[in-house]
Design a protein around this ligand. Structure first.
Ligand SMILES: [Zn+2]
Ligand SMILES: [Zn+2]
Length: 373
């Protein structure tokens, strides 16, 4: 099914201001919220409205939408910006639940609960998936991330304007009272004043730096400390680096989820690490000392004579650090005997000589007997 144009969904035109969009959203959210709406398909409608608002209320996303349409938000649409992975889960809008309080929109529609007129809601959380190498995860590292975020406008100290006045719309109460008609009759509801957004205050002169929002967009370089031992799916939280609040509250949080790439030699099972080590046939036959490179050390392993492919040696405590405790997993060395494929004449004659002597190993004798049985 083709998606509807977001502007059409909210019933605003392409040049609508942020305030227009916010008001349209509040009006429609009230009409179609599934808890109160008697309209058919209200749930679907409400989702449509939420989705449209999530995009159009965010200047960055709105710009992308204006440029690319819905394609901007299909999987992979938010491609990596600073060398890190896609914005996980942003393909659909399932993660973009609105955590601003609907009570704020509905006022005391439900049971007379009056929302505080200075209520501030936290912005939405964001999730970034960060690709890291196996060794970066095994040893821990620091990564610089460029993040677009918001900070309090220094020009107006976050107020959004100068020369404070009492809001003329609500007379400073932060709420307005409206008559609401329902099937149970009509009654009065109190909702947040759209003009002052519940603060009860307006400003004679709107701050030109932040255009009244009280916050400004900034790009910050943040150094992420990747803890030693992280695994794919582990997350860390950076508080305050999520989406800005819709009403001058604190920013949401940013979650960084790690995705650890595979390694050519190491594989990981929990906090244990496995490494396959190749042996020459003579090393396998005669035994040897072998240097084993592990993420945090090089260990010399004594391999006894008669080593076989898939023989396993455990080195305790040389695996990967558990992120929660300080314990390390174990390292498992898995041997692989490499049978020579390229012998020169001299080597071949030595092997021929060896073959003339009869090598009797239990497995070989057992198989001969099995053949004859
Ligand atoms: Zn007001
Ligand atoms: Zn400002």
């Amino acid at each position: 099914m083709a998606k509807k144009d977001y502007y059409e969904v909210l019933g605003v035109d392409k040049n609508a201001t942020e305030q227009d969009i916010k008001l349209a959203f509040r009006r429609l959210a009230k009409k179609y919220h599934p808890d109160v709406s008697k309209e058919a398909n209200s749930e679907e409608k409400f989702k449509e409205i939420q989705e449209a608002y999530a995009v159009l209320s965010d200047p960055e996303k709105r710009k992308q939408y204006d440029q690319f349409g819905h394609a901007a938000f299909e999987n992979g649409g938010f491609s990596s910006q600073g060398g890190f992975g896609n914005f996980g889960g942003f393909g659909g809008f399932s993660n973009m639940d609105f955590d601003f309080d609907l009570g704020d929109i509905f006022g005391d529609l439900f049971g007379g609960r009056r929302t505080s007129n200075t209520r501030r809601t936290k912005g939405n959380d964001r999730l970034i998936v960060m690709d890291i190498s196996f060794m970066e995860a095994a040893r821990g590292c620091q990564k610089d991330l460029e993040l677009s975020t918001t900070e309090v406008c220094s020009n107006c100290d976050g107020k959004g304007g100068f020369n404070e006045r009492v809001c003329s719309e609500c007379n400073g109460s932060g709420t307005i009272t409206e008559q609401q008609r329902t099937m149970f009759g009509s009654f009065l509801t109190r909702t947040t004043c759209p003009k002052c957004e519940g603060t009860g205050k307006t400003y004679e002169r709107v701050c030109s730096v932040c255009r009244g929002k009280g916050v400004k967009n900034v790009v910050k370089t943040v150094t992420i400390k990747v803890p030693e031992g992280v695994a794919s799916g582990n997350r860390i939280r950076l508080s305050g680096y999520g989406e800005p609040s819709l009403n001058k509250g604190v920013n949401g949080d940013l979650y960084i989820e790690f995705k650890v790439k595979d390694h050519d030699y190491y594989t990981r099972n929990g906090n244990d690490i496995y490494i396959e080590v190749p042996l020459t046939i003579t090393e396998a036959i005669l035994g040897c000392k072998k240097d084993i490179k592990l993420p945090n050390s090089v260990v010399t392993l004594t391999i006894p004579s008669g080593a076989q492919t898939l023989d396993k040696h455990r080195i305790r405590g040389k695996g990967i650090k558990d992120v929660d405790s300080n314990r390390y997993g174990d390292a498992y060395i898995v041997l692989k005997v490499i049978t020579p494929r390229h012998l020169n004449r001299e080597q071949k004659s030595l092997i021929d000589k060896l073959d003339k002597t009869s090598l009797v190993e239990k497995e070989l004798v057992d198989y001969e007997n099995f053949l004859k049985s």
